[in-house]
Write a protein that binds this ligand. Structure first.
Ligand SMILES: *Cc1c(COP(=O)(O)O)cnc(C)c1O
Length: 472
């Protein structure tokens, strides 16, 4: 905080004290430490600007930027979270936070966040109501004896495979999946302290392959992993779930089925391939199933473990379960999301299913209205853009139903650099995220919430306007 900088020549920034004095009357009740921290940062930035040969800022300008930074931190919207319109046509977009929450989940989370009533922890042997509600919903929806919620499905898998103790976990070589972000099932198994026993081959694994590993006592757990994000075709064979469970139980092992998405509605009713449901796999003999809360369940990030009561009770007592425990906000949100399935309104109230269930005709009609909105908002200078409503294909994404598409409609914009237009759309307010097909920017209606249609039209017109002005 001293003026006396040992470095000899060149312009120097004002001292932190001078900057603080210049803004003193505007710090209105803020913590002194916070103010000093930001003033130091601003002075340091000024020092590097000067070192690069920039013109010195006035002390008042530096004081202004201290105030500006402090006010920015106070505004939650500056915390890297920004409202975006997902026009990618990818329903579960990982970079957009996977599933958008149902309104009921948002309300429940807000209430839980503000409430002072904490979940009781397992030390007391009693659970808060929210833990119970989420658990009871899972039991009702899957037919499981008991259930446990963790903070995500990777945690659920790691916790569940720890049931192998020091024994082995048998996994088909065709299911040694990399989930995404470099996270691999074999690593999760090893990190959980269990021994990975690879079984069968990449394309074909039979029940007999598992029996071999179980007979010699090398494995105590059979782990099935849903190959969520890739498709195998051709000379391919996997074990029948029921036959595998029967063999595992005969040889004293348990079956854990990692479903990944864990659809609670039948995807085949929406023109998609059938995703195995938790209740199907439990009926087929799986002792435990695990799945995510923010994939096809359509709620917050969560992991769900459902199955045999004795096994779930063991997992609940595991100290790791505490380390993987969800917080009250997420519990409230997942309970509210699951409640929509129990109420029989998931298709209407869960955005993921509402989007998957939108008919191509309905999307075309919405697309026409959005297109009209775009054209109405355009400047004359944008005539060299070709803007049209075109058929497109949406995907599910989020490592769910790879290769499956749903017929959709999109606003197509061509005529300038598609990368620059995408960037302009991203920089807008609200930001619009689209994608490029054949040199045109496509904005798919399926993943846009209908309430955002008007804002989408205006944002697109504005982005095209910036391109028309800047592009000539
Ligand atoms: C997505 C996925 C996971 C990881 O789930 P998270 O909720 O992202 O932790 C694990 N297994 C499979 C098969 C998956 O598809």
């Amino acid at each position: 905080m001293s003026d006396r900088d040992p470095r000899p020549s060149g312009p120097r920034p004002p001292s932190v004290d001078r900057v603080l004095r210049a803004a003193a009357d505007r710090f209105d009740g803020r913590d002194r430490d916070a103010v000093v921290r930001e003033a130091r940062a601003v002075v340091e930035e000024e020092r590097s600007r000067l070192a690069r040969g920039n013109v010195p800022s006035t002390v008042d300008a530096l004081a202004d930027s201290v105030i500006h930074r402090l006010a920015g931190f106070e505004d939650a919207r500056s915390d890297g979270v920004m409202r975006v319109i997902n026009a990618t046509g990818v329903v579960l977009h990982t970079n957009l936070g996977r599933a958008p929450w149902p309104a009921a989940a948002v309300r429940a989370a807000a209430e839980a966040a503000a409430a002072s009533l904490l979940e009781l922890d397992s030390d007391t042997g009693r659970r808060g109501a929210r833990f119970r509600v989420a658990k009871e919903h899972v039991i009702a929806l899957t037919g499981a004896e008991d259930a446990l919620i963790t903070n995500n499905n990777a945690a659920a898998v790691a916790l569940a495979v720890s049931l192998a103790g020091r024994g082995g976990v048998a996994v088909s070589r065709g299911e040694l999946v990399e989930i995404g972000g470099g996270v691999r099932i074999p690593d999760i198994v090893r990190r959980a302290g269990a021994k990975l026993v690879e079984v069968g081959t990449t394309n074909r694994t039979r029940v007999a392959d598992f029996e071999e590993a179980l007979e010699v006592g090398r494995a105590k757990v059979v782990l099935r992993v849903h190959p969520s994000n890739f498709v195998q075709a051709g000379f391919v064979e996997g074990p029948d779930p029921e036959a595998l469970a029967e063999a595992a139980h005969r040889l004293g092992a348990i079956v854990i089925d990692d479903l990944g998405s864990g659809a609670l509605l039948d995807t085949s009713e929406f023109g998609l391939a059938h995703e195995p449901t938790p209740s199907e796999r439990l009926s087929a003999g799986a002792d435990l199933v695990t799945f995510s809360g923010d994939k096809l369940v359509g709620g917050p990030q969560a992991g769900i473990i459902a199955g045999r009561a004795d096994l779930v009770a063991r997992l609940r007592r595991d100290p790791l379960a505490r380390a993987m425990r969800p917080d009250k906000v997420m519990l409230a949100a997942i309970a509210a999301t699951l409640g929509l399935y129990r109420a029989g309104v998931a298709q209407r109230e869960v955005p993921v299913w509402r989007q998957i269930g939108s008919s191509a005709d309905a999307l075309e009609a919405r697309g026409r209205a959005v297109l009209d909105g775009v054209l109405a908002g355009l400047l004359d200078s944008s005539e060299h853009f070709a803007i049209a409503l075109v058929p497109s294909e949406s995907t599910i994404g989020g490592g769910s139903l790879p290769g499956q598409t749903l017929p959709s409609w999109a606003i197509s914009i061509s005529g300038s650099s598609p990368d620059r237009l995408l960037a302009a759309l991203r920089a807008g307010s609200p930001a619009v995220i689209g994608h490029i097909v054949d040199d045109a920017v496509l904005l798919d209606l399926r993943t846009v919430e209908p309430a955002d249609d008007e804002a989408l039209g205006a944002a697109v017109a504005a982005a095209i306007g910036t391109q028309s002005r800047g592009g000539r």
